[in-house]
Design a protein around this ligand. Structure first.
Ligand SMILES: Nc1nc2c(c(=O)[nH]1)N[C@H]1C(S)=C(S)[C@@H](COP(=O)(O)O)O[C@H]1N2
Ligand SMILES: [Mo]
Length: 424
C-alpha cells in the first residue's frame, strides 16, 4: 500500500502533462505544480477508479470524470492539452458523430481567423504557394470520403509493463466523413522538384511550454502524400471543421497513425530528406524494427517511424456489464479495419478462444479507409460468466494477437478486444 502515493503521482504526470506523452521526459516537480495551477484545475485531479477492465488499463472513469462540452459521455484524459476518447459502446456507428470522435492534442487549441489564414507550401517546389482559405476551398476539385483516424497510442492501456503517455483504452479512434481537396492537387500546383522525398507539416497550435518544447510537427513520405485519399480537409461530417479537430484546415492521412493528420495546417515544407522535427526523431511515434521483450530498453537507432495501422477490431455492442439473459438471442456488433490492407473476415469467441465463429454479416464497406461494421447473433446457452472476443483477419493472413506484444512507447496496440458479460 505504500506504493499508492507513487502510483498517483505517475498518473498525475500523465494527466497534467498529457502533451508530452506520446511520451517524453519525466516532468519535474516544479513543472508539475505549475501545470496544476495553470492547467485543468481540480477537475482532472479528481479522476479515480478504473473503467477499462483489461489488464494494465488505468483509464479512470468515475463520478467526477470531467466532461467537455460537445463530447458528453466521452472519457476526458486531460483538459490541457485536450485528450478525449470514446468508450467502445459509443463507437457503434458507421460514421462517428463529431460528439463521439476522440480528440488528441499535444498543445493548445488555436483560435484561427479564416479570413487571415494562409497555407504555405515551400521547400523543394517550383513555385512557393500561399493559399487563402477561399483559394483552398475553391481552386481544387472537392472530394468527400469517410476515413478513420486512429491515434498511434490507441490501446496503450493494455501494455504490460505499462508505458508512459496517455493511457488510451480503445476509443482513440473515429470514422468521420471528410470533405476537402486532394493533397496531391496542391502539391502538383506547387510543382514538386525531383529532390522532393518527404513533407514536414506544421500547424498553428502552440505547445504548452514553447520555451521547452518545439511546436508539434510531423511528416509523411511523398508517396503517401500523393495517394488520392490523402487530403486537406475543411469539413467533418458535413460541418465546418470544429476547432478541436483542426479548424480551419487539417490533413487527413487515412490508414496511418493519427499523428500524421496534422491539424490547423499552416505550412507544408517539401523536403529532400526525411522530416527531422522533434516528433519525427528520438522515440516519438517510433517502434522497434524487430520484436522486443516486455520492458526491454531499445537503442534509439533500432527504432523506426510508425506508419500504417495493422488489422484491428472493436466490439461496440453489447456494452460491458450489460444485463444479459440466457437462452435469448443477443446481437453482437462491432467494427473492423486494416490500415492500408483489406479486412477479410471477423471471428468471435465466447469461450476464451477455444472456438471461433465466423461473422457472416459484414456490411458492404463504403470506402477504402472506412471501417467495416459487422453483426452476429449469439444465444448464451446458460447463465454464467462469458467474454466476447473479436479478432479480424486481413487479406494477407494477419490477425490480432490475444496478448498485446510490447514496445517501449505503447504504439500500434491491436490485441483482441474482450468484453466481459454476466449472463443471468
Ligand atoms: N497540429 C497538430 N496536429 C495534430 C496533433 C497535434 O497535437 N497538433 N495531434 C495529432 C495526433 S497525435 C492525432 S492522433 C490526431 C487526432 O485527431 P483528432 O483530434 O481530430 O481526433 O491529430 C494529429 N494532428
Ligand atoms: Mo496520436
Amino acid at each position: 500500500m505504500s506504493e499508492q502515493p507513487r502510483e498517483r503521482s505517475i498518473d498525475l504526470d500523465q494527466r497534467q502533462a498529457g502533451g508530452e506523452p506520446d511520451g517524453v521526459k519525466p516532468v519535474s516537480r516544479g513543472r508539475r505544480r505549475f501545470l496544476f495551477l495553470a492547467g485543468a484545475g481540480g477537475a482532472a485531479l479528481a479522476l479515480g477508479g478504473v473503467w477499462g477492465w483489461e489488464k494494465g488499463s488505468r483509464v479512470a472513469h468515475a463520478q467526477q470524470n470531467p466532461s467537455y462540452p460537445g463530447k458528453e459521455g466521452l472519457h476526458v484524459h486531460n483538459l490541457r492539452p485536450l485528450n478525449i476518447e470514446a468508450p467502445p459502446h459509443l463507437l457503434d456507428d458507421e460514421i462517428t458523430p463529431i460528439s463521439r470522435h476522440f480528440v488528441r492534442n499535444n498543445g493548445l487549441i488555436p483560435d484561427v481567423d479564416p479570413s487571415a489564414y494562409r497555407l504555405t507550401v515551400d521547400g523543394e517546389v517550383e513555385h512557393e504557394l500561399s493559399l487563402s482559405y477561399h483559394e483552398l476551398t475553391h481552386n481544387f476539385e472537392i472530394i468527400t470520403q469517410p476515413a478513420l483516424i486512429e491515434c498511434g497510442g490507441n490501446g496503450r492501456a493494455s501494455f504490460d509493463p505499462p508505458v508512459r503517455g496517455n493511457q488510451w483504452n480503445r476509443g482513440a479512434i473515429g470514422c468521420a466523413v471528410w470533405t476537402g481537396v486532394r493533397l496531391r492537387d496542391i502539391l502538383e500546383a506547387a510543382g514538386l522538384k525531383p529532390a522532393a522525398v518527404y513533407l514536414g507539416n506544421y500547424g498553428l497550435d502552440e505547445s504548452l511550454n514553447p520555451q521547452r518544447v518545439e511546436r508539434f510537427s510531423r511528416g509523411i513520405p511523398i508517396d503517401k502524400a500523393l495517394e488520392p485519399h490523402t487530403m486537406v480537409a475543411f469539413r467533418m461530417n458535413g460541418k465546418p471543421l470544429p476547432r478541436e479537430h483542426g479548424f480551419p484546415v487539417r490533413l487527413v492521412v487515412p490508414g496511418w497513425i493519427g499523428s500524421a493528420s496534422q491539424k490547423w495546417l499552416s505550412r507544408i515544407w517539401v523536403r529532400d530528406r526525411v522530416h527531422d522535427s522533434a516528433k519525427m526523431t528520438g522515440s516519438s511515434y517510433r517502434v522497434p524494427a524487430y520484436p522486443v521483450a516486455p520492458g526491454a530498453k531499445v537503442p534509439k537507432e533500432d527504432m523506426v517511424i510508425a506508419t500504417a495501422w495493422h488489422i484491428k477490431s472493436v466490439i461496440t455492442a453489447p456494452q460491458q456489464g450489460a444485463a444479459i439473459a440466457s437462452g435469448q438471442p443477443l446481437e453482437i456488433r462491432g467494427n473492423a479495419w486494416a490500415g492500408e490492407d483489406i479486412v477479410k473476415r471477423v471471428e468471435l469467441s465466447f469461450d476464451h478462444g477455444r472456438h471461433w465463429w465466423v461473422v457472416n454479416r459484414m456490411a458492404q464497406k463504403s470506402a477504402k479507409y472506412a471501417w467495416h461494421r459487422w453483426r452476429f447473433s449469439w444465444t448464451p446457452p446458460k447463465p454464467g460468466y462469458y467474454e466476447v472476443w473479436a479478432r479480424a483477419w486481413d487479406q494477407n493472413g494477419n490477425t490480432q494477437p490475444p496478448i498485446q506484444p510490447w514496445n517501449p512507447k505503447g504504439y500500434l496496440g491491436n490485441a483482441i478486444h474482450r468484453v466481459p458479460l454476466q449472463v443471468s
